[in-house]
Design a protein around this ligand. Structure first.
Ligand SMILES: Nc1ncnc2c1ncn2[C@@H]1O[C@H](COP(=O)(O)OP(=O)(O)OP(=O)(O)O)[C@@H](O)[C@H]1O
Length: 361
């Protein structure tokens, strides 16, 4: 990755009448990066991507592609390309004609066009025999690959993706996620991707931006967002999580309802300090919670009743109601499964290295 960003947004605002959809967004995307924007419905993802590709105009702020300001440049003059969810392929044309379409627009000679189309079929791992196949004869996954090949035929500076896999079934989506990741590394292009799906974002992206109400709540690598979310919103958005409201005590320790805290020494030694009387949210992901036998110890202990278990394939998920009435989620690999029946009294434990403190949330 190079140091100068390929794409820069400065204080980008988008209003629809009196409603503000984007509230002064700043963003740098690096050359060659796979950057994903995730957020709930209505958070502003599509609005953002429409501004980036030039389908809509900013109300205020600047968008830069390297050294060129592009926010006033019409979509057809921007050296970027978008892959739509709906694909927008020409159904009556062949696969080859679809892929060659951008090259035809540029008046490239027929032999060159065909050569490039066949290279792109190779890149997308489609057989050369598909060149003459009708789009209507292709499966959903094949159409998706043709759409990608056509997008790459534009040779864009950046490829934008607006939920391209959301209409596909689970297996195909999983396959294409991996193919997109591999395509990204083979082409070296900058990919900007939007999705509802956290899993999709985690599998493919170099960095993820979490969007909430027209602003970025956190932008970081997947591990950081998963393990060290800046807010309760990000913690809850990034998968199953257990959260405990806690507060700092006069002795530098921590106190919380329904949770026994046995952090040896000062909580400050573990980066868990809260000023006396201030509150925070202690987070532990379900895979880090252990079922304890009565003699075992842990830095944090919670007592409760096993309410339910669900088989998730390789893992089992448990729901435990704590003495404070909170429902916790625990996940164990099958070989580490807890064997008691529903209604069993259980003791749960987890340790300082697996918790994260969200301050002021
Ligand atoms: N043309 C428009 N006129 C008025 N309001 C709009 C317009 N386009 C979007 N909005 C509003 O802006 C907000 C952001 O919409 P946007 O489509 O960007 O969200 P999103 O995160 O892409 O949602 P989804 O995941 O459901 O596609 C929403 O509240 C939406 O109602």
């Amino acid at each position: 990755m190079q140091s100068q960003p390929i794409l820069r947004l400065r204080n980008v605002v988008k209003k629809f009448g009196s409603f503000t959809a984007l509230h002064g967004v700043d963003l740098d995307i690096e050359e060659g990066e796979f950057f994903t924007i995730v957020g709930p419905s209505g958070s502003g993802k599509s609005t953002m991507i429409r501004l980036l590709v030039g389908m809509d105009e900013v109300t205020d702020g600047e968008i830069w592609l390297r050294d060129n300001r592009i926010d006033q440049t019409p979509a057809n003059l921007r050296p970027t390309c978008m892959v739509f969810q709906s694909l927008a392929l020409f159904p009556h044309m062949s696969v080859g004609q679809n892929i060659e379409f951008p090259l035809k627009l540029r008046n490239s000679p027929p032999a060159d066009r065909k050569k490039r189309a066949l290279e792109l079929l190779d890149l997308l791992r489609l057989p050369h025999s598909y060149y003459d196949k009708r789009i209507s004869q292709c499966s959903g996954g094949e159409k998706q690959r043709v759409a990608l090949a056509r997008a790459l035929a534009f040779d864009p500076e950046i490829l934008f993706f607006d939920e391209p896999l959301s209409a596909l079934d689970y297996r195909l989506r999983k396959t294409l996620e991996k193919e997109l990741k591999s395509l990204h590394s083979r082409t070296g292009k900058t990919f900007v991707y939007i999705t509802h799906s956290l899993e999709e974002a985690m599998v493919m992206s170099d960095r993820i931006a979490i969007m909430k109400e027209g602003q970025f709540e956190q932008i970081s690598v997947a591990d950081e967002i998963y393990g060290r979310p800046v807010s309760r919103f990000v913690a809850e958005f990034m998968g199953e999580v257990n959260l405990f409201e806690i507060e700092g005590t006069t002795t530098g320790g921590l106190h919380g309802k329904g949770i026994e805290i046995h952090v040896n020494g000062d909580a400050r030694d573990f980066g868990l300090a809260l000023e006396n009387g201030t509150t925070g949210t202690l987070m532990v992901r379900p895979e880090y919670v252990r079922f304890l036998t009565s003699s075992a110890t842990a830095d944090f202990v919670v007592r409760g009743i096993l309410r339910a278990d669900y088989a998730l394939g390789s893992r089992i998920q448990y729901e435990v109601e704590t003495s404070a009435g909170q429902i916790l989620t625990i996940e164990k690999l099958r070989e580490d499964r807890f064997d008691g029946p529903e209604g069993s009294e259980v003791i749960l434990g987890f340790d300082t290295e697996n918790v994260h403190l969200i301050r002021g949330a």
